[in-house]
Design a protein around this ligand. Structure first.
Ligand SMILES: [Zn+2]
Length: 192
């Protein structure tokens, strides 16, 4: 059955979905009503229509500036630099942080591109925050991305730079940290 095989192959590309899970999902879908499949299809096809990337922080939202940057109740004196949208989402879900974010984005494997450094610099000049928290996931000991980031921040004259206390396993992702671990990591952040 070609349509089923094609669907399984498409589902296998999803994060955390292996061949077995892909098959299970495909068979689950096969049992659903046509109307439900149409609804799911339109949710997927419409997903990006309503989503814009915030030109200030790199978060996604239905508007620019995003709902976090434009929220008057957020503390604009603290900026938390995260690797990706998943990490931002983990912080937001945990409800432990009320400052602003900056999403470095892309495949942040030990290198910060000129483009992402410029984007960050613009955001920091615009905000002039009292504290910048580096919350990138620890990948390797002596992470180059971390030192590049420090250089960029020092170059901008940011004096109060902190880093999360880990807590978090090396190579582990903030995305999967539980609320308690994130909270401890944030509370125990140290000036660098
Ligand atoms: Zn934003």
């Amino acid at each position: 059955m070609e349509s089923l095989d094609n669907l399984v192959n498409a589902l296998k590309k999803f994060p955390a979905i292996g061949p077995k899970s892909a098959r299970r999902i495909a068979f689950y879908l096969l049992k659903q009503e046509d109307s439900e499949l149409e609804r799911l299809g339109s949710l997927i096809s419409g997903l990006k229509k309503d989503v814009v990337t915030c030109s200030h922080c790199g978060n996604i939202s239905s508007k620019d500036p995003c709902n976090i940057c434009s929220d008057p109740l957020r503390d604009r004196n603290i900026l938390c630099i995260v690797d990706d949208l998943e990490s931002l989402s983990a912080f937001e879900q945990s409800g432990i942080y009320n400052g602003l974010y900056h999403v470095l984005g892309g495949n942040f494997a030990g290198e910060i591109t000129d483009e992402s450094a410029d984007f960050l610099s613009r955001h920091i000049r615009e905000l002039n925050p009292d504290e910048v928290i580096i919350a990138s996931s620890p990948r390797i000991e002596g992470d180059m991305s971390y030192y590049t980031l420090i250089d960029v921040l020092r170059g901008l004259g940011v004096e109060n730079v902190t880093r999360l206390a880990y807590g978090l396993p090396l190579g582990g992702s903030i995305e999967f940290a539980d609320r308690m671990t994130l909270h401890t990591a944030l509370e125990g952040r140290r000036r660098v």
